[in-house]
Design a protein around this ligand. Structure first.
Ligand code: ZN
Length: 118
């Protein structure tokens, strides 16, 4: 069982407890206070893309489908140090803790111990 857990390459992997679809709140930068859902976690860079956060215009080069090129407004990744888990029960950004049960490790809100993974 232990050997199977070793698949993660610790060296090029940033340790984070965040997962896709977690609801988070931004704690610094121009989007401070904004809340959203994690769309993507980039563990190698320690960055996440959060729905509606850090949106910028990007110019798409002309292609056959769109000969004139086009501006799109998309979310850019932000560093995980700029976000906190948003707990529904606490109504604020909290830290994620780990609760070891008999069967598995469960992520919980560190303030109220509510389980994050249902
Ligand atoms: Zn909580």
């Amino acid at each position: 069982m232990r050997l199977m857990m070793k698949s993660e390459n610790a060296e090029d992997c940033v340790k984070t407890k965040f997962k896709k679809n977690d609801s988070v709140v931004v704690i610094s930068g121009s989007d401070r206070g904004k809340r959203g859902k994690i769309l993507k976690v980039d563990r190698t860079k320690g960055r996440v893309i959060v729905e509606g956060v850090n949106k910028r215009n990007k110019y798409l080069k002309p292609s056959q489908d769109n000969p004139k090129g086009r501006l799109v407004n998309i979310e850019y990744p932000i560093h995980i140090s700029n976000i906190m888990y948003f707990c529904d029960k606490c109504k604020k950004g909290t830290r994620i803790g780990i609760n070891q049960t008999e069967k598995a490790k469960v992520r919980v809100c560190r303030s109220c111990s509510k389980s994050i993974d249902k």
